[in-house]
Ligand binder design. Structure first.
Ligand code: HEM
Length: 447
């Protein structure tokens, strides 16, 4: 029998039923009396899962764009932003609405604002993907404006929330740096969109696009993924003894310095030496982080590597590969044959192989846990309630993970070799794997 654990499921409610079944007590750090109502994070997470399937579906349908050796095509732009904004950023926002109160011990400034922002953000993402996909780049400014408004509301909500924080753990610093990057990313995205009409920026549009994309993937999504893993991995795997500050401080400094350096080097075209130096700083941060992540797993008390950790291990491998592909890109002249393929393989690895796998893995713990505490914890002791692991079919979930992983490996090989049927097969497999994950998790929510 697991010892009783007090879990408070919603603000103001009395302490709830004792003990959670299987794994439950290990995860009680995912919610506290400060947490927002579950409908706030879950709406972002469910929508993000649908976008994940949509993004891979689009990539499968327009796989030709991944072998054409042309950058910035309408379908590539649409698929990139569906993945980055519809899937990853949508889920990241939901996760922050859940985690910031729990990790930093402050309530969300305004849940109502968070709910209103969701609709505006959804409209912005759909509008941006539609305008980009149909090739009407002259009209991307309106959805870009909507996104400025929606992300502005999100950042305002977060800043007002963070202003009350008294103690800053390592994860808090990563969150702060990631939110700062998000503010810059959306500003850069809007300027890019307006510049497509007015052409007023005295910089190369391509340099601007590259700087914007790196700040988004590495600065916003990447710093967030690394920071949140310092809270979730030790909690899920019961890593002990583990001191997050031992290497975490150096990793934070290396990664944030590297991200700023890469952004500035790309934007101002400082040249290959400056870019290489900055990339090596990022690489040092990634290397140390991979080591620290391995330490978290090595000292874990919960021996089985469950589905979440399987996704995360694959995600950290994806991060290391992304860094190596990035290094290869820095060392390859832009006019060399195969440069744009390398660029695409690098982008797919970063968005899907690193950030996508990591995000899905965490959701496999967070969504069932939130639903369980909200729906079943109050019924404990009064009736038979399911265990966490009973909320979705485990074997099907593993099949989905294997499909997604295999699909990504195949798609990467196809992009690197420029062989269309391989890219199509890879993305089709990845779509199927993601569809399984999305169906599993969405069924948990509507169970
Ligand atoms: C996590 C968020 C984001 C990521 C990872 C991201 C990534 C990218 C990438 C990789 C490209 C180049 C695509 C290609 O080569 O086909 C790009 C271009 C672009 N992005 Fe984003 N982006 C993000 C957010 C945004 C936002 C919020 C906006 C608008 C407010 C935006 C507006 C644009 C525009 C207008 C372009 C195209 C510029 C051109 O064609 O010259 N992006 N982005």
């Amino acid at each position: 029998m697991t010892p009783p654990t007090v879990v408070i499921t919603s603000p103001g409610s009395p302490p709830q039923a004792p003990a959670m079944p299987a794994a439950g007590p290990l995860l009680s750090g995912l919610t506290t009396s400060r947490a927002a109502s579950v409908s706030l994070p879950l709406r972002y997470m469910v929508t993000g899962l649908l976008f994940a399937v949509f993004a891979f579906g689009l990539a499968t349908a327009y796989a030709q764009s991944f072998v054409d050796d042309v950058f910035l095509t309408p379908h590539l732009l649409a698929a990139t932003h569906l993945a980055a904004l519809g899937w990853l950023t949508m889920i990241a926002m939901g996760a922050l609405y859940q985690f910031v109160p729990v990790v930093l011990d402050v309530p969300i400034f305004s849940e109502r604002l968070g709910k209103a922002q969701f609709y505006l953000y959804l409209a912005g993402v759909l509008g941006l993907a539609y305008e980009m996909g149909s090739g009407r780049l002259q009209t991307v400014a309106w959805p870009a404006g909507l996104l400025v408004l929606a992300i502005g509301m999100f950042l305002y909500n977060m800043v007002r929330t963070l202003a009350r924080v008294e103690r800053w753990p390592l994860t808090g610093w990563f969150i702060l740096a990631a939110l700062t990057s998000l503010g810059l990313v959306v500003t850069a995205g809007f300027v890019l969109a307006v510049n497509l009409i007015l052409g007023f920026v005295p910089l190369s549009q391509l340099a601007f696009v590259e700087a914007h994309a790196h700040l988004a993937a590495l600065g916003w999504l990447g710093l967030l993924a690394v920071g949140v893993s310092y809270k979730l991995t030790p909690m899920f795997a019961l890593s002990h003894p583990f001191n997050e500050w031992r290497l975490g401080r150096a990793i934070f400094v290396l990664l944030t310095t590297g991200v700023v350096g890469v952004f500035v080097s790309l934007l101002l075209r400082l040249g290959p030496v400056a870019l290489l130096a900055c990339w090596l700083v990022v690489g040092a941060g990634v290397g140390l982080y991979a080591w620290d992540y391995a330490t978290m797993l090595r000292v874990r008390r919960r021996r089985p590597i469950d589905l979440t950790q399987q996704h995360n291990v694959a995600g950290v491998a994806g991060l290391v590969l992304t860094t190596l592909l990035g290094l290869a890109l820095v060392l390859t002249p832009a006019e060399a044959a195969g440069h744009s393929r390398l660029q695409l393989a690098y982008a797919v690895m970063a968005l899907a192989g690193w950030l996508g796998l990591t995000t899905l893995g965490q959701l496999y713990k967070i969504v069932p846990f939130l639903v369980w505490t909200h729906r079943f914890a109050p019924r404990m002791g009064k009736e038979k309630v399911p265990l966490l692991k009973d909320l979705f079919p485990q074997r099907l979930a593993t099949a989905g993970f294997v499909g997604l992983l295999a699909g990504l490996v195949v798609a990467e090989l196809g992009v690197l070799t420029g062989f269309l049927p391989v890219v199509q097969t890879g993305f089709a497999l990845a779509t199927a794997g993601t569809a399984i994950a999305a169906t599993n998790l969405i069924r948990v929510v509507f169970r």
